[in-house]
Ligand binder design. Structure first.
Ligand SMILES: *Cc1c(COP(=O)(O)O)cnc(C)c1O
Length: 381
């Protein structure tokens, strides 16, 4: 039996040709291809400005820096997320304050954020968990009157929509990931998007050591103009090799999302009669790219979550525990991260798992996964 992976990137000869062309051009670090990728990504996400970064974690860090969040500030984040969401707040010296999530979407809501606000709250980082769009407008209604910045961690969100627009478009700033586990990939890579030209300009400088003249601009003139370092910056650059791949992958995005939504719909159909399984679904306000297709194992199932995972592993199917809970990790356990109880986070973390979904997945591979899950949940063979 061949093994079925939880995720597999999808490349063609076009990516190989694009990387070859970048190498043959002699320009491999951040340059014209990164600039082209930024322009194309901003257009595809319907957001005025995009700044490419080395990954989504560095994009989140830059978002908080340009928003002037720092020591003495609280940043509300879901514990129910990859740990980078909370870490970004820690990097700038702020305190991440964990808020609980909605039991259906796994995302922050106005009510869960409100319960976590303090006098020192200056920002909220809302996640589109697994690609499911967060209800951003309700967060903005709560946060805008209080001067609280809303940042969207859209690491998993490329190709998801919110009220007819791409996710990320309605936030003060959004951060995207191009890790192979995500929806489109550049190996490693990220993007910061924002409608604010001043934030974009500062982020563009900060990701390149806060140099007043970009390496690209210096290269363009024989006698490079003298540069200044206007503040303490970072090296968070993407390379042109990565951007070359990203440009091709971005063109594949609609097709990739369509396929993932078809696979998700098939899982939904095949599990519809199982009372002890709840599947991830589109919320009323948008559509998911199903970057992670997760299911929740409800009480009454013949096997609990870990039992279902064990059964899948026995059938050579590589599924994953659902989203982690950052507050339970040693990095944050016992640390001061607010006082809000997180019962939904803990329930979802303990009872969800992520099933294989990838572009090349065949009907027979998906049938194997469906059979295995059904057998585990119903106690069949
Ligand atoms: C993957 C992920 C990140 C980190 O992305 P990198 O590109 O690996 O830094 C951050 N937040 C969420 C919600 C993620 O899923």
């Amino acid at each position: 039996m061949t093994r079925i992976n939880v995720m597999q990137p999808w490349f063609g000869s076009e990516e190989v040709a694009a990387v070859s062309a970048a190498i043959e051009s002699g320009w491999v670090a951040q340059g014209p291809r990164v600039a082209d990728f930024e322009t194309a990504f901003a257009a595809s996400q319907d957001i005025p400005f995009a700044v490419a970064t080395s990954n989504c974690t560095t994009a989140l860090h830059l978002a908080l820096v340009v928003a002037d969040i720092g020591a003495g500030n609280d940043v509300v984040v879901p514990s129910f997320s990859f740990i980078a969401t909370a870490n970004a707040a820690t990097y700038v010296g702020a305190r991440p304050v964990f808020a609980d999530v909605d039991p259906v979407t796994g995302n922050l809501t106005a009510a869960t954020v409100e319960a976590a606000l303090t006098k020192r709250t200056r920002a909220v980082i809302a996640v589109d968990q697994g690609g499911i769009p967060v209800d951003l407008d309700s967060l903005r209604e709560l946060c805008d009157p209080q001067g609280i910045v809303v940042i969207e961690d859209a690491a998993c969100g490329a190709g998801s929509t919110y009220k007819g627009r791409p996710v990320g478009a309605g936030a003060d700033a959004s951060a995207w990931s191009f890790h192979p586990r995500k929806i489109l990939t550049t190996g490693e890579g990220g993007m910061l998007t924002t409608p604010r030209s001043d934030w974009a300009e500062r982020a563009r400088r900060l990701r390149e050591h806060a140099m007043s003249v970009s390496a690209n601009a210096r290269h363009a003139s024989v006698l490079a103009p003298a540069e200044e370092y206007v503040e303490v910056g970072f090296n968070y650059r993407m390379t042109d090799l990565q951007a070359a791949v990203g440009l091709v992958q971005l063109g594949r995005l609609p097709e990739v999302v369509r396929r993932r939504r078809d696979l998700a719909a098939e899982y939904g159909k095949q599990f519809a009669d199982l009372e002890n399984v709840r599947v991830a679904q589109d919320p009323p306000w948008g559509t998911s790219n199903f970057q992670s297709f997760w299911i929740e194992i409800l009480p009454g199932s013949a096997a609990d979550r870990d039992g279902v995972l064990a059964r899948l592993a026995g059938d050579e199917i590589s599924a994953r525990r659902g989203i982690m809970a950052a507050h339970r990790q040693p990095a944050y356990r016992g640390k001061d991260a607010g006082t809000v109880p997180l019962p939904v986070t803990e329930r979802l973390t303990d009872n969800t798992l992520i099933l294989p979904v990838f572009h090349q997945m065949t009907e027979s591979e998906q049938a194997r996964v469906i059979h295995s899950v059904r057998a585990a949940v119903t106690g069949g063979r």
